[in-house]
Ligand binder design. Sequence first.
Ligand code: CO
Length: 137
Amino acid sequence: MQAVKSLNHVGIAVKSIDAQREFYEGHLGAVFEGIEDVPSQKVRVAFFRINDVRLELLEPTDPSSTVQAFLDKRGEGLHHLAFTVDDIQSRIKELQESGIRMIDATPRPGAHHMQIAFLHPKSSHGVLTELCQLPCG
Ligand code: CO
């Protein structure tokens, strides 16, 4: 089993990035890094950096987004933890072979040109868990 490398970011589901920007930037002093559309997840995401930790605010862009379903069910708040891995496809295979269910059996494009894949929350004890591979990682 190959260990994940680091916590890449913390995902937070929000109704409106604009409405929360003041909290993270103005009150916590996080550095706003920009907003990006992620069509594969039907969200737009804003990244805030606090030293080497990133927060990823996810705002649904379509009612069929899984983030919209999350907001409807649980409201705004902590959505997922994302861990950096070296070789995402082989990590997915390794996890599946050890009995972990994946939402994404094949990686898909995420923000920051990363390849991402989500584990099924039933296999990660209720914490939605994302693997991400950096563009040149
Ligand atoms: Co994420």
